[in-house]
Design a protein around this ligand. Structure first.
Ligand SMILES: [Zn+2]
Length: 430
């Protein structure tokens, strides 16, 4: 996810074209709004009304989309379907639901991991919200936040998450053949990016709505804002299931639609293979007795997949996915007994500082690392100083510079945004 600064910036800007604001006419009766917000909204015209698939993240974005949909059809909203419970897909529903009180469908195990803070159980909501803000670069300048990985840089945030309307009907864990307002839909459980995904197949149009089980970026098998283990095997199995449909059109929860059965099949196959590569290499590494960091360091996406445009680490990261897979399958202990000897970070830092030669030597080492552009080492040495309450202004400055340098070399939007957010937090404290 890192290249030289110029290449990283070029990749970031090139990727932004996938979220250019546009209404796509998919068929005579189906339209897709892309680039209005973090996620997409689809509109299917039925006999008497409209079926809306996903509702985006905020009431303001939903208003903009509905206004533009109204240029195409003035039929009332008949039904809403949530593909899954992530906030960016459910937060604008009230705008579509307001006048007609439509049926709202979701999966049997529909559960938001963001909006329903009260029902989240034992979750560190403060940390989750702070990390979410950082990942999406809230408060950064538009130069810093080129985009958010799966959505545009500039999007309306008024009413963020405030338009959620609870589902009125939940699908049991069985595929359902439904006729809704004259439209034939095959709706089926499709656990993947979340366990509560449902996907929708329109046989007549050969159109597959895959939610977030595919988008144009390496899959976010681990979200750095904080997620429980996303069952990787289920996601790969669901991609196999999606490949059974002879889809001519693929509509994702993010980015542009994909047309053509060969292209769709290649992308879904590659996605499945990439996820399986993570699983296989994580398991092989654990069986070889490596630590999780060693496995992440020694693993790589096979060359055949690494060059595919839809597997570039704009959103998810292969190495983070490897670590998440290891922890998800085995918990934090890798089997390397050194990890069982838990030591105070402060004691450890004090021992290493003594070996380094004391405080003056530490400052010199950070200066040397800054000059030689070993930014990661600057961060590691400053972390040592932080544990010992030895951070000084010069050290803060060099740490700040290292964070900026790494951020500018990173084209993975969540990581870049998180690094720049850390810098913003430093500046705000001063
Ligand atoms: Zn999404």
């Amino acid at each position: 996810m890192m290249r030289d600064k110029a290449t990283a910036m070029r990749l970031l800007h090139a990727h932004a074209k996938h979220f250019q604001k546009q209404i796509y006419q998919i068929t005579d009766t189906i339209h897709l709004a892309v680039g209005y917000a973090a996620s997409n909204v689809s509109m299917i015209e039925g006999k008497t009304g409209l079926i809306i698939i996903d509702t985006t993240e905020s009431t303001s974005a939903a208003e903009n989309i509905l206004q533009d949909f109204r240029q195409i059809s003035d039929k009332p909203i008949h039904t809403i379907i949530y593909t899954h419970s992530h906030r960016d897909h459910i937060g604008g529903a009230s705008i579509f639901a307001n006048d007609t009180d439509p049926e709202i469908y979701a999966s049997a195990n529909f559960k938001s991991d963001l909006i329903d803070a009260a029902g989240a159980g034992a979750m560190p909501m403060g940390s989750l919200l702070a990390r979410t803000k950082a990942q999406f670069g809230m408060g950064l300048t538009s130069n810093e936040r080129v985009h958010i990985g799966l959505g545009p840089e500039d999007r309306p945030l008024k009413g963020l998450g405030q338009g959620f309307v609870p589902p009125t009907s939940r699908f049991a864990d069985m595929p359902q053949e439904l006729e809704i307002d004259g439209v034939n839909l095959h709706i089926f459980p499709a656990p993947g990016e979340t366990a509560d995904h449902i996907n929708i197949w329109l046989e007549d149009e050969k159109l597959l709505f895959c939610g977030d089980n595919y988008y144009q970026a390496f899959p976010n098998l681990y979200a750095i804002r904080g997620t429980a283990y996303r069952d990787f095997e289920s996601w790969a199995n669901t991609l196999n299931q999606l490949l059974q449909f002879p889809a001519e059109i693929l509509v994702s929860g993010h980015g542009q639609p994909v047309f053509g059965s060969e292209d769709i099949s290649e992308r879904l196959t590659d996605y499945r293979d990439a996820i399986n590569a993570v699983i296989d290499q994580a398991i092989a590494g654990m069986n070889a007795g490596l630590t999780f960091d060693e496995i992440a360091d020694q693993s790589a996406l096979p060359d055949r997949l690494a060059e595919k445009p839809w597997l570039i680490e704009h959103y998810g990261s292969f190495a983070y996915a490897i670590k998440a897979c290891c922890v998800g399958l085995m918990g934090w202990y890798s089997g390397n007994v050194e990890e069982l000897v838990m030591r105070s970070p402060k004691e450890k830092a004090a021992d290493w500082l003594a070996l380094l030669g004391g405080v003056d030597a530490l400052l010199l080492a950070v200066e040397d690392a800054t000059i030689s552009q070993n930014h990661a080492l600057v961060l590691e040495l400053c972390e040592m100083a932080r544990h010992l309450d030895l951070m000084t202004d010069p050290l803060h400055q060099m740490r700040r510079q290292a964070l900026c340098e790494i951020a500018e070399q990173t084209y993975n939007a969540p990581v870049r945004n998180s690094l720049f957010s850390a810098v913003m937090d430093m500046d705000n404290k001063e």
